[in-house]
Design a protein. Structure first.
Length: 265
């Protein structure tokens, strides 16, 4: 049974069936927070994840499979979290997708989908949880943006636009809550080896005409990430735990880089 400083708090982590969101769920649960998981995946795998969290930390862990590209499902997810756990104290907007294509070929429907999941869902979860956080006198909103919230790369028009939007939204909410016990911040990962990035690696290997996966990874890190090492999901989870702490109560409207030096260049 976890007895950390988040014991009794309830966290909704979107896109937490995989990658960074799953690691954030682990780290928050390890500090005692109850968790609402969300995201796609095989139902048996998701149930295994849920049971592992319950078993490891003794917290309540629930799952809701809302598709965050749809406003009505975002609303259903927040309503579920509130009705099952009573309130949402910690909101982590992590769900996100990527699509790589030159802008003139970028499918408009994919643009709409990336913007809906990566940006609009963040607006909806915030507007639906913030009033209760203010009333209860505690709240932590953490938006998983990206180094691509500050700088661009080619062929990622929708993703880069959405992540820049997330950082703008984070600043607005950070200001609007500045005199309250609620904080709103973004975290900005560089490359993290998750399924989202593995797909990009696989595509580059397929298009490279014979390069190995190791060579492509070396090239990707070499292009962007001075550390030449992936950021880990656990490191990002621990950054989120810090942002939930009292020590971070005056971190407001920030976008915190964890990018192996990507944005220092
Ligand atoms: P991932 O693909 O491992 O996980 C994405 C999660 O979002 C999964 O749980 C997936 O099921 C969920 N998801 C996808 N579409 C959804 C939808 N319509 N509704 C609900 N859930 C949905 O990816 P990840 O790398 O862990 O990415 C997590 C976040 O981190 C994203 O916002 C991503 O942009 C950001 N990020 C990732 C990296 C990286 O290098 N991996 C770098 C910077 C930022």
């Amino acid at each position: 049974m976890a007895t950390g400083f988040l014991t009794g708090k309830n966290a909704l982590v979107t896109g937490s069936t995989s990658g960074i969101g799953l690691a954030i769920a682990h780290e928050l649960a390890a500090e005692g927070a109850n968790i609402v998981l969300n995201g796609f995946g095989d139902p048996a795998d998701i149930e295994k994840i849920r049971q592992e969290l319950v078993g490891a930390y003794g917290v309540s862990v629930l799952y809701h499979g809302a598709d965050l590209s749809l406003q009505s499902e975002v609303e259903a997810l927040v309503a579920f979290a509130k009705s099952e756990l009573g309130c949402v104290d910690i909101l982590v907007n992590n769900a996100g997708i990527q699509h790589v294509s030159p802008v003139e070929d970028f499918p408009p429907q994919t643009w709409d989908k990336v913007l809906a999941i990566n940006l609009s869902s963040v607006f909806h979860t915030i507007r639906l949880t913030l009033p209760d956080m203010k009333q209860r006198g505690f709240g932590r909103i953490i938006n998983v943006a990206s180094a691509h919230g500050h700088v661009a790369s080619t062929y990622k028009a929708a993703y880069v636009a959405a992540k820049h939007g997330v950082i703008g939204l984070t600043k607005v909410v950070g200001l609007e809550t500045a005199t309250t016990p609620v904080t709103c911040n973004a975290v900005c990962p560089g490359w993290v080896l998750t399924p989202l990035v593995q797909k990009q690696i696989d595509d580059r290997v397929a298009q490279s005409g014979g390069k190995t996966e190791a060579e492509i990874i070396e090239q990707m890190l070499g292009e962007k990430q001075p550390s030449k090492a992936f950021v880990t999901t656990e490191q990002l989870g621990k950054l989120c735990v810090f942002l939930c702490s009292d020590a971070a109560s005056q971190v407001r409207g920030a976008s915190w880089n964890m990018d192996g030096g990507w944005l220092a260049q």
